[in-house]
Design a protein around this ligand. Sequence first.
Ligand code: NAG
Ligand code: NAG
Ligand code: NAG
Ligand code: NAG
Ligand code: NAG
Ligand code: NAG
Ligand code: NAG
Ligand code: NAG
Ligand code: NAG
Ligand code: NAG
Ligand code: NAG
Length: 468
Amino acid sequence: MAWFNSLARSGAVALALASYCRAVPLVSEPETTVTSDAAATACEVPVTDVTSHGSYTGPPPTTTGALSTDVLSPTIPSLPPEQHKLEYPADGRLHAPEPAPYTPAGGLGTNGTEPVYRVQSGFDYESIALALYQEWIELDLFHYGLATYPVEEFEKLGLTAEDRYLLQFMAEQEVGHATLLSNMLGPQAPVQCTYNYPSMNLQEYIDFSQKLTRWGESGVYGFLNHLDSRESAQLLLQSISTEARQQLIFRQFEGLFPMPVWFETGVPQSWAWTLLAPYISSCPANQTRLIWQNFPALYVLNQPNPARINGADVWNETLGDYANTLSTADLTDSDACLNSTVVGENCRAAISRNRTIPLSYPGRQVFLEWDAPGQAVGPNNSYVTSTSAGPPQFAAWVSQLNVTYSPLQNISGNTAYTIQPNTSTYEGDPAINGTMFLVLTDRELPVTPFNLTMLNPFVNAVTIYQAG
Ligand SMILES: *[C@@H]1O[C@H](CO)[C@@H](O)[C@H](O)[C@H]1NC(C)=O
Ligand SMILES: *[C@@H]1O[C@H](CO)[C@@H](O)[C@H](O)[C@H]1NC(C)=O
Ligand SMILES: *[C@@H]1O[C@H](CO)[C@@H](O)[C@H](O)[C@H]1NC(C)=O
Ligand SMILES: *[C@@H]1O[C@H](CO)[C@@H](O)[C@H](O)[C@H]1NC(C)=O
Ligand SMILES: *[C@@H]1O[C@H](CO)[C@@H](O)[C@H](O)[C@H]1NC(C)=O
Ligand SMILES: *[C@@H]1O[C@H](CO)[C@@H](O)[C@H](O)[C@H]1NC(C)=O
Ligand SMILES: *[C@@H]1O[C@H](CO)[C@@H](O)[C@H](O)[C@H]1NC(C)=O
Ligand SMILES: *[C@@H]1O[C@H](CO)[C@@H](O)[C@H](O)[C@H]1NC(C)=O
Ligand SMILES: *[C@@H]1O[C@H](CO)[C@@H](O)[C@H](O)[C@H]1NC(C)=O
Ligand SMILES: *[C@@H]1O[C@H](CO)[C@@H](O)[C@H](O)[C@H]1NC(C)=O
Ligand SMILES: *[C@@H]1O[C@H](CO)[C@@H](O)[C@H](O)[C@H]1NC(C)=O
């Protein structure tokens, strides 16, 4: 138990000093006369610099499929709301005595019991283990980018030495995140694996990283408020907030508008695992396995391509991977936004870019193709894609606070098209924008951010759609 006790003890308390400014003498250049050794620092989890990448070539796995135990029911039934949640009079007045001055009644974990930064259920363990798999791939991916692409390539995109240092710093943040999550899980925490990325040039790599950090961030938002351990949720929130900045920074590196939405979406764990697992090539022999489902891949045949001036005018310009990462293979110099100097077209790295021609828009016909279930994916090809849904009938656009369905049209075998819906989260905020999620379903199940996971039994395939 030492791993969590030490974590609990390490919580440093910052004391805010009351400031009385009037009597303070002006010191423009303070002279440092006091030196002190740093307080003991917490150890990091062991990290090896993985240098080999590529698809899995070893023997067939001895264990296959998601971790499982007795399954009690094929789905969770929907129930009405709990009555007591409809009762608190939200009128701005106090309705109970205060436990202490300036302290309103209520809240969870507010009664003085010592926090325990430790998972409390299978739900907690599996969710945080998934987040840890994600932190490990990011650590590798960011190092891989720095090691793989020459300086001149970065400079062509408008990325300087200072920007490369930012990428390096992001990798270092991942060591901290992996350490934190490993400590919360204990000795069987999943360790670093080896990874299998598509063959990418730097522009494609940045697009891939921008998409990967999107499902990393959204995958955690999907379960954070369902965790039994609110203490673990607190720490995870503080690491995922950093991850959210990484996603935004990769969008800036790509010359996209940094945050075209008002709300960041959360998605179920199985969607994040579906998108992550195919990029893991192998894990060590006694690696802890996960319970989550791997859905079949969904391919967006006209996935918007942010490397184009007219990114919506595309056909088959992805790397063919699960995330539908952009491909620059068919790009001519006059189509490429990178070399344009026109405002509204230029997509060199920047704090913000305004695209005159949007990547996607309501009314756009989106052509889709999906895989059949039963394919081996993930570490050592030891997980198997599956779906319990009937034949796909709808595309569900999962973005911001909303899930919007559009019917699949001209379904032929495993292809169809659908029309991007015209929908807003709030007036003035078109719901479908940014890097978002597109899944196929067999029905229009009403779901909202806190019960989105109820959709899983009816999902056929999952991907990322580049809406803006
Ligand atoms: C403190 O709150 C927790 C729930 O958050 C409850 O289980 C526990 O009994 C409470 N302890 C005391 C001393 O009130
Ligand atoms: C996995 O195996 C290695 C080598 O045998 C061992 O060092 C490590 O402690 C094991 N890890 C777990 C989680 O059992
Ligand atoms: C996965 O493959 C790696 C590399 O071939 C091997 O070392 C490892 O034991 C395998 N893991 C499992 C769980 O079979
Ligand atoms: C997309 O391109 C790839 C390789 O260039 C090709 O194998 C595939 O058939 C194309 N798919 C479609 C739907 O055009
Ligand atoms: C941009 O211009 C440079 C030369 O200035 C050229 O090498 C490069 O291929 C061009 N890139 C694109 C995507 O057009
Ligand atoms: C940026 O785009 C918005 C909306 O498309 C537009 O209103 C605005 O004028 C553009 N600004 C610039 C500087 O291009
Ligand atoms: C997405 O957001 C960008 C930036 O605000 C905007 O220019 C674009 O028009 C939006 N796309 C849609 C479909 O609303
Ligand atoms: C979307 O809805 C708005 C508001 O109803 C409307 O003004 C706009 O024309 C619609 N766009 C499309 C493409 O249907
Ligand atoms: C859909 O099917 C109809 C009827 O077969 C056909 O006329 C139409 O061209 C098809 N649309 C697309 C986009 O393939
Ligand atoms: C999107 O979600 C918000 C927040 O739940 C809701 O108020 C709004 O009605 C939803 N929009 C649509 C088009 O369903
Ligand atoms: C999810 O919650 C919404 C209310 O926010 C409710 O209308 C809907 O029926 C729920 N979905 C399921 C599948 O329980």
